[in-house]
Design a binder for this molecule. Structure first.
Ligand code: SF4
Length: 271
């Protein structure tokens, strides 16, 4: 998660939206000094999920209007300007991270933009790691899948063990199933990091809880099959659109992490 500077984010009722294509750098607890890339429109969010904890607020737009997305050329131009500035100012960047107002892989030119980003990174900031934060709903697209294999940190979301909890927490807007996501994550053959957020509370009079022993056991079975390089575990951190959500106890997160470590998979817990 990022520490957000108000100069490049717009505060909304429960969270914030980025107001630039290239933003930051921001200090990320996991990635260091990170320059962000927002491929989604300025001022509103596009996503294939509607997560109850999303820091960009509720998903109000899931019909993608390509004309509202930034062009590949604009992204390349803005990224080069930013990298050049930091290079010339002698300010190193640890990471270039695709994040922003929704799901980056829904951009129809995502794969080409990743290629441009890797080339610019090699030219201006060769030590920076290129990371993508994604909800893993677009992995049936071969170009997206192959692009994610090229980046340094392929960080993919998995918050639930069962279909019911998956739908309650992530609210897939495209009938994607948890099973299809897990099968696609297995196809990476370990070249990925899993990012999971644990939360409980009430949303629309429905109880949500992915921290129960049963839910964690089901989630662990998926982790065991996916065998990622590492797992990142989080509680909620900022204002969420779901108003009655609780920050999961750190001890409980450590307990979940210990169960992942017992599978021989490196795990970090964030507060
Ligand atoms: S996948 Fe990410 S951007 Fe999309 S709703 Fe969930 S938290 Fe928000």
């Amino acid at each position: 998660m990022f520490l957000i500077n108000v100069n490049f984010a717009i505060k909304i009722m429960a969270g914030f939206l980025f107001n630039r294509i290239v933003f930051g750098p921001v200090k990320s607890r996991r990635l260091g000094v990170s320059l962000g890339i927002n491929l989604l429109p300025i001022g509103f969010k596009y996503c294939t999920f509607n997560c109850v904890y999303c820091e960009c607020g509720w998903t109000l737009h899931n019909e993608i209007d390509s004309e509202k997305l930034h062009s590949r050329e604009d992204v390349e131009k803005e990224l080069e300007i930013a990298l050049k500035q930091f290079k010339e100012a002698g300010k190193p960047i640890d990471a270039i991270t695709f994040a922003g107002n929704g799901e980056p892989t829904i951009h129809p030119e995502f794969a080409g933009i990743v290629d441009d980003t890797l080339a610019l990174r090699d030219l201006w900031m060769p030590n920076a790691k290129v990371s993508v934060l994604s909800n893993a709903t677009m992995l049936d697209d071969t170009d997206v899948f192959q692009a994610l294999l090229k980046v340094d940190n392929n960080i993919l979301k998995l918050d639930a063990g069962t279909q019911e909890t998956f739908q309650l927490i992530n609210h897939s807007l495209q009938n994607t199933t948890l099973q299809s996501i897990v099968e696609n994550l297995i196809r990476f053959e370990g070249k990925l990091t899993i990012q999971s957020l644990f939360v409980k509370g009430m949303v629309n009079d429905q109880e949500i809880d992915n921290t129960t022993p049963e839910e964690v056991a089901a989630w662990l079975k998926h982790i065991e099959r996916i065998r990622p390089t590492s797992v990142m575990i989080y509680p909620i951190h900022r204002a969420t659109p779901g108003e009655k959500l609780e920050v999961t106890n750190h001890k409980l997160l450590l307990n979940i992490a210990a169960q992942v470590e017992a599978l021989g998979i490196t795990t970090q817990v964030y507060e």
